[in-house]
Write a protein that binds this ligand. Sequence first.
Ligand SMILES: Cc1cc2nc3c(=O)[nH]c(=O)nc-3n(C[C@H](O)[C@H](O)[C@H](O)COP(=O)(O)OP(=O)(O)OC[C@H]3O[C@@H](n4cnc5c(N)ncnc54)[C@H](O)[C@@H]3O)c2cc1C
Length: 204
Amino acid sequence: MGGSSAINGVFAIRGQPADYDGWAAAGNSGWEFETILPFFRQLERDLDFANEWHGTDGPIPIRRYRGPQLTPIQKGFLESVRGSGYPWIEDLNAPGGIGLGPTPLNEVDGVRQSTSLTYLAPARTRQNLTIRAGVLVDRIVIRGDRAIGVQLAVPAETIPSDSVILTAGTYGSPAILLRSGIGPAQDLQDLGIEVKADPCRCGR
Ligand SMILES: Cc1cc2nc3c(=O)[nH]c(=O)nc-3n(C[C@H](O)[C@H](O)[C@H](O)COP(=O)(O)OP(=O)(O)OC[C@H]3O[C@@H](n4cnc5c(N)ncnc54)[C@H](O)[C@@H]3O)c2cc1C
């Protein structure tokens, strides 16, 4: 449970505003920094900063190690890089945070704050939630232009549903979409998959 957030490196570092604004300018409306800042604030409980850039009551605690909390190797690294002209930045997650400074981490007392711990654990007792492990999704079942369920590969089973939210990660989500018939039409036809939609109309 928790996907890659259960194994990742606990670096909780945002991009810079210009990164997101660049995505929006490229045609991806909704990715402007101004639009996504409230979501950054909502997900975090920053234990070091309380200001316009940070949330203080979200589910994911974020902290930075400093001074005596650093290991000798970390101290040595910081000292050596400090002499090379990078500015010292206390808050790398605030706009303009490009330089050298304490790394924001989603880790507290040596425990990685995965989405399983921070989001799923408090919701486990909900009556309308069923968590199933060991399940492999084959595809989304589509009728007309609507998702009406999920076809599992393991175990062999179809789960009907009014709505489906696909969150199978960078590799899993596109693969499930392709098996569902959503993707470049020619590629799907070559594989004998019935084309349900070719959103980018990119053919191949
Ligand atoms: C080694 C490593 C270190 C990282 N370090 C950092 C870091 O320090 N800081 C940072 O911000 N990010 C880091 N990341 C990236 C970060 O963990 C991911 O960006 C994030 O977890 C992605 O979340 P997600 O929900 O999109 O997908 P995922 O976390 O990948 O979750 C997708 C889930 O879907 C499941 N799934 C996929 N296909 C199927 C299927 N067919 N049927 C059923 N289930 C399926 C997967 O098993 C997984 O549980 C790291 C990633 C890795 C791998």
